[in-house]
Design a protein around this ligand. Structure first.
Ligand code: PGA
Length: 248
């Protein structure tokens, strides 16, 4: 039985002071054993978040990182920096990074390998645009994104990654994929994992759905057999996140 993992992607929201107030307002309500809960916060909020979640079951993640250890890469953050701070997760290849900051499948793979080297669990984002869905290439595209993201990653490491299926047309739009649409793609992701690594490893990987997950739809989505939780944007920085985590 895979344990659910529900991660909040704060994106570029909440100053350190706002982060402190928000975490203090919600941490006791979402401190459950039922699911793993992660706050993926802006870099500048990491210290505040790590401090406030002590003594809870909540983990902290970053939203990006660079793939070399150190050097002349102005503005970037390395896996070693995140690791030294005890950051346990990092989102890699979010569609907003692919769209606005030139992230590619190849750079995603480099980042995933580097994160794993530092024992940081990557949450790898994949998903199609509305045009791609209309063209009928969703499954092929997502298979390709997954395969390239995992190049040269052995099964033992692959078991620990998290994959987030996020249809771009459902992100921040209030339009959620239907449970069947989400399940179809998440099942296809598990199939490609089984092709690469075998069924046992594929069954260990947790696959999230992301895209307008909220208090009203979380339970239904998380009940699908191949969906092991969610990557939650807008609803993760509201009181509503409590209801997403404690879905019933
Ligand atoms: P959303 O964002 O929940 O606001 O649609 C999800 C995401 O981008 O991870």
């Amino acid at each position: 039985m895979r344990k659910k993992i529900i991660a909040g992607n704060w994106k570029m929201n909440l100053t350190p002071r706002e982060a402190r107030d928000f975490i203090n307002s919600i941490k006791d309500k979402i401190n459950s054993d039922k699911s793993d809960v992660v706050f993926c916060v802006p870099y500048l909020d990491l210290a505040v978040a790590l401090n406030l979640i002590q003594g809870t079951n909540i983990s902290v993640g970053a939203q990006n990182m660079y793939y070399t250890d150190k050097g002349a890469f102005t503005g970037e953050i390395s896996a070693s920096m995140l690791s030294e701070m005890s950051v346990r997760y990092v989102i890699i290849g979010h569609s907003e990074r692919r769209q606005f900051f030139g992230e590619t499948d190849i750079s995603v793979n480099k980042k995933v390998r580097k994160a794993l080297e530092y024992n940081i669990t990557p949450i790898i984002c994949v998903g199609e645009s509305l045009d791609q869905r209309r063209q009928g290439i969703t499954i092929e595209l997502v298979r390709q994104q997954v395969k390239i993201a995992l190049l040269d990653i052995p099964a033992e490491q692959a078991k620990n990654i998290v994959i987030a299926y996020e249809p771009i047309w459902a992100i921040g739009t209030g339009e959620t994929a239907t449970c069947d649409q989400a399940e179809e793609v998440c099942a296809a992701i598990r199939l490609v994992l089984a092709e690469i690594y075998g069924q046992e490893a594929a069954d260990a990987v947790r696959i999230q759905y992301g895209g307008s997950v909220n208090a009203a739809n979380a339970a239904e989505i998380f009940a699908m057999p191949n969906i092991d939780g969610g990557l939650v944007g807008g609803a993760s920085i509201k009181a509503e996140f409590e209801k997403v985590v404690n879905y019933e």
